[in-house]
Design a protein around this ligand. Sequence first.
Ligand code: CTP
Ligand SMILES: C[C@](O)(CO)[C@H](O)COP(=O)(O)O
Length: 264
Amino acid sequence: MSATPDHGGSGASGRTARTAAVIPAAGRGVRLGPGAPKALRPLSGTPMLVHAVRAMAGSRSVSLVVVVAPPDGADEVRRLLDAYPLSGSLGDTTEVVVVPGGETRQESVRKGLAAVPETVTTVLVHDAARPLVPVDTVDAVVAAVRDGAPAVVPALPLADTVKQVDPRTGERAGEPEPVVGTPARALLRAVQTPQGFDRATLVAAHEKIALEGEGATDDAGMVERLGVEVVVVPGHEEAFKVTRPLDLVLAEAVLARRRANDGF
Ligand SMILES: Nc1ccn([C@@H]2O[C@H](COP(=O)(O)OP(=O)(O)OP(=O)(O)O)[C@@H](O)[C@H]2O)c(=O)n1
Ligand SMILES: C[C@](O)(CO)[C@H](O)COP(=O)(O)O
């Protein structure tokens, strides 16, 4: 399946967008350690966020990208994106808007979603922290939504066995945690982004969660709480999330391999 080009759209491109991507990029990157906000850290000399925007704009189906910046950093992010044009990618007419985010990923996505025009029918939500997702993965998610699935996640089978534990807190924090179960690994998937949604479904999910409080770690999880079916398409190893310092090493290695393959 491949997603067809977006022929709708208004905005800089003069078209009415039917597919938009929201990129939450307002996190601090605590697990990555001290330094600039995670999305602004360089990978091969280019900020992680710019890689993520290019990954979305590289899909011919995406004509609007909404970047969700740190709450007090929208102007800085706008200037940064202006300094790194999308040139060279298929989507160099993609409109990119920047809005301020919130204290949690959930709140940031909600704010980004509020900036998506009602003409948009398909919304992708993509972590800035997954800068290297291949365009084929993006297209597969869009195509599945356009084929009628209200919520689509790219995912991979697990390599490790997973244990459920009884976490130790308070005075017992740091003690060994008892294992209370071992879910069948063959039934588990590690979920990535972009996650793709019928717009109305995602809006309804975020409205419900905003009333109920925080707690979902991904957008598809919110949709599940509505009782709406979520389906999985194949993810990609290169769509990993840059979370800890070792992930930066892997990201640089992936980019070096791509440069070598491109003959640079
Ligand atoms: N208040 C927040 C928190 C997170 N994010 C975004 O959500 C994505 C996934 O979050 P994560 O990888 O956890 O990033 P951080 O929150 O920055 O990382 P950490 O938890 O280590 O601080 C990232 O692109 C991050 O910028 C966001 O937009 N707003
Ligand atoms: C959305 C996500 O990337 C799916 O795996 C993940 O849940 C984000 O988690 P984080 O703790 O906000 O990085």
